[in-house]
Design a protein around this ligand. Structure first.
Ligand code: HEC
Length: 394
């Protein structure tokens, strides 16, 4: 009897440990901006997968990212009466800060995406920046070098003769310190999006937020603080978030990034939103091996690159990491109702013969075959197989 009990107990423990990564508790604090706000925060590990759905038209960047692995990030959250703050820590051995005026270098950066909840957060928006009728708010922070250019001539650095440091040593040091203190460093943006091409920067001050990132110990630590309620969101109980990080050394930008799936952040002391938590933690019920056979039998690979070892296919998004950043509900819907969410072809112009959607009566209609004729079990099996499609952690 004792033996059975222990094994039941350990099963229970294993199950709750697995859940920990998908649900995070935002610890209630008096003020998220106070110095000790993070002292009680609990970090959880979240996996970020290479976003391979959309292929960029950049040979060098594609080569640099060809063998990409998934990354781990540690995230924690705190909240007070008004605001929620998230901290994200991830390893990056190559610190890349974009130079003030260079366009051929890329910066490290991160984003926290919130599911816009004013219209109801469910089903959760498409992970790649929302979808029609399902908006997201994206807080983006990049590391950029300090610049002080009051006249906009980009000539501040040329206004002193650096050969003369022997004579002007202290003055030059004072000058540099002054320039640094006046410099505006921040690249911080907030966007609202209902799909990739609809990305719109919010500049009217209607979102109160702040973000920052600091480098140390071979990695970054970034924070985003925003209101729990504004024109775009109204969070109670559970806040659905997703995290993206960019690696400047690998020419990361736009679509070249690592992305998590939706994660539920439960506000401590409030009743979690059971539906959102269920959607972010749902496990596939099917048989992945049977699903693999069904994918072959239904010709999915005719349009999709299914695993990263298959040749790229421009007919449709690559599914190589789709299991890493997609929910079970989203995958099921992709099969049964392809036009419910239409993934925007990033280089649509480059593949004008094989568009991913057509426009009918102003609405995007997916060119994917409608597989709603498949029986429920086969769909579950396919979803179980799709959930296995993801890169290993580096
Ligand atoms: C005729 C070409 C075609 C076939 C066959 C096809 N698809 Fe698709 N699929 C697409 C296109 C195009 C898109 C992108 C537009 C959209 O979102 O529907 C897509 C999107 C998807 C997505 C969403 C991908 C993402 O990154 O979010 C999934 C998942 C998917 N398909 C799974 C399947 C499965 C499973 C099969 C086989 C049962 C299949 N597809 C067969 C063309 C196809």
């Amino acid at each position: 009897m004792k033996k059975i009990l222990t094994s039941i107990l350990s099963l229970g423990l294993a199950a709750s440990a697995a859940l920990a990564a998908d649900t995070i508790t935002a610890v209630k604090v008096a003020d998220v901006a106070s110095a000790d706000a993070w002292s009680k925060a609990k970090f959880s590990s979240v996996t970020l997968y290479p976003q391979t759905a959309i292929h960029m038209n950049d040979k060098k960047a594609n080569e640099a990212n060809a063998a990409d692995k998934a990354k781990k990030a540690d995230i924690a959250a705190v909240y007070d009466g008004k605001n929620i703050a998230l901290m994200v820590k991830w390893a990056d051995g190559t610190k890349s800060v974009q130079g003030a005026y260079s366009s051929d270098t890329y910066s490290d950066g991160f984003a926290v995406q919130f599911a816009g909840a004013t219209k109801g957060a469910q089903p959760l928006p498409y992970i790649g920046m929302g979808s029609a009728g399902r908006p997201v708010v994206v807080h983006l922070q990049k590391s950029t070098a300090s610049v002080y250019e009051p006249n906009g001539n980009k000539d501040v650095s040329t206004q002193v003769n650096r050969q003369q440091t022997g004579i002007f040593g202290q003055e030059l040091a004072d000058y540099d310190a002054k320039v640094a203190s006046l410099a505006k460093t921040d690249y911080e943006r907030v966007f609202v999006a209902e799909g990739f091409r609809s990305l719109t920067e919010i500049k009217d001050g209607s979102v109160k937020s702040s973000a920052s990132m600091t480098y140390g110990n071979n990695g970054w630590s970034g924070t985003v603080t925003r209101a729990l309620k504004d024109d775009y969101v109204n969070f109670k109980g559970t806040v659905p978030v997703a995290i993206a990080v960019w690696d400047g050394a690998k020419m990361g930008r736009n679509g070249i990034k690592n992305l998590s799936g939706w994660v539920s952040v439960n506000l401590e002391g409030q009743k979690p939103d059971a539906k959102i938590v269920a959607e972010t933690t749902e496990e596939s019920k099917g048989d992945a091996a049977k699903g693999k056979e069904a994918v072959a039998a239904n010709g999915c690979a005719g349009c999709h690159q299914v695993t990263s070892s298959d040749a790229p296919n421009t007919m449709a998004p690559s599914l190589a990491n789709v299991g890493g950043y997609s929910t079970v509900a989203y995958l099921r819907e992709s099969i049964l109702k392809p036009s419910a969410v239409v993934v925007p072809g990033y280089n649509r112009n480059a593949h004008s013969n094989t568009p991913w959607y057509t426009i009918e009566k102003g609405k995007r209609v997916s060119t994917m075959t409608d597989f709603s004729f498949l029986d429920k079990k086969t769909v579950n099996d396919i979803v179980a197989y799709l959930k296995t499609l993801k890169a290993e952690v580096e």
